[in-house]
Design a protein around this ligand. Structure first.
Ligand SMILES: NC(=O)c1ccc[n+]([C@@H]2O[C@H](COP(=O)([O-])OP(=O)(O)OC[C@H]3O[C@@H](n4cnc5c(N)ncnc54)[C@H](O)[C@@H]3O)[C@@H](O)[C@H]2O)c1
Length: 329
């Protein structure tokens, strides 16, 4: 089976693609390489924008996976216009062109942020979506456009992922556990911005598993699936990350509890992904922290702008060569 991964050079893709190659898939990546290229050698590279892909370009593929776009709220708010182009129009165009090219399945990287601010109830995929911020709105628009195209010969699977954390060759420190880990290592303090807010957390390894289950699901399966390793309050995440680091490294970490208002608060049910895709998360928060500690020798330059999507994006927007900026640190 031949797969095309759009945005495959990012945080999720650079972990997922090694696993896809290990399973014997032929994989090509189309990417603008905003954060460099950390992909394994056997992957095919198309260094271009999704909008430059034609129907003929997509004909060789059995499945197309969308992992591109502006992948967090700060980027989306920094450039709402680019957010709606890259997060809503790009995945819509890609899904539409893939269907025309007779690709059999399109897998879309959606987000639990589509749920917005909920009242502390467990949300399954039938519950209303309510985000009123650029990132959440655009992720929903991309999802809806793709699902609109489901047909006899075109399956669409949308994975509404929780916040991902753990080590990936394209590293990010702007994701909840990774940020706490960085601050614990650098300053011996974990800041909890709002301890009562709920977040579904997804380990990077479980995220890769979810994509593999989607790729390998029966061709008749289409739909939206919540995907998470577990639901936690941010206060609990802080406690568990602190405990895991202290136990493993024998150092003492402080907690700084704040009460900053947040516009996202949600916890999700993953029963549908379990029952339909056979997705069973394997990691708890301790496993995520262990994975970070085990790979720490690869990313001790904590303030490298390449690890922060918004820092990298601002630099790119102002024409600064971020790889040179990272080297100069
Ligand atoms: N990381 C998370 O916690 C999380 C959670 C839920 C959903 N998601 C979604 O999953 C996807 C992957 O997230 P990530 O953390 O790997 O993101 P990332 O920011 O690390 O990577 C995105 C990649 O897409 C590329 N890209 C962006 N627009 C492009 C375009 N038009 N054409 C070609 N390449 C383009 C970038 O160069 C980059 O390599 C995103 O769509 C994101 O919205 C991520």
């Amino acid at each position: 089976m031949k797969l095309l991964v759009a945005g495959g050079a990012g945080y999720v893709g650079s972990t997922l693609i090694t696993k896809l190659l290990d399973r014997g898939y032929k994989v090509d990546v189309v990417d603008l390489f905003w954060f460099g290229n950390h992909l394994p050698r056997p992957v095919g590279i198309l260094n271009k924008d999704i909008f430059q892909l034609t129907e003929e370009d997509l004909e060789p593929y059995d499945q197309v996976i969308f992992l591109a776009g502006l992948s967090n709220d700060p980027m989306a708010e920094y450039s709402p216009s680019k957010n709606f182009v890259y997060n809503a129009a790009a995945p819509s165009y890609l899904a539409y062109t893939a269907k025309k090219a007779k690709v059999k399945r399109y897998i879309y990287a959606s987000s639990c942020s589509v749920y917005g601010y909920t009242e502390n109830e467990l949300y399954d995929e039938t519950r209303p979506v309510s985000s009123s911020y650029p990132y959440g709105i655009s992720k929903l628009q991309g999802e809806q456009a793709a699902l609109q195209l489901v047909g006899e010969d075109f399956s669409v699977i949308s994975l509404r992922k929780g916040t991902i954390s753990g080590y990936s060759p394209r590293m990010r420190f702007d994701l909840i556990i990774n940020t706490m880990f960085k601050n614990a290592m650098k300053d011996r303090t974990i800041t909890v911005n709002n301890p009562s807010i709920w977040r579904p957390i997804l380990s990077i390894q479980d995220a890769a598993t979810a994509y593999i289950r989607a790729i390998e699901a029966n061709h008749k399966i289409s739909g939206v699936f919540n995907v998470a390793s577990g639901n936690f309050t941010v206060g609990e995440v802080g406690d568990l990350v602190k405990a895991a680091i202290e136990e493993r490294l024998g150092i003492s970490i402080n907690l700084s509890i704040k009460h900053i208002q947040d516009f996202r608060n949600y916890k999700v049910s993953i029963e549908k992904a379990k029952n339909v895709l056979s997705f069973h998360p394997a990691d708890d928060l301790k496993a995520i922290v262990t994975n970070l500690i085990d790979n720490m020798d690869k990313f001790q330059d904590w303030d490298n702008p390449l690890y922060s999507n918004i820092a990298s994006f601002k630099a790119l927007e102002s024409g600064i060569e971020i790889h040179a900026m990272a080297k100069a640190l």
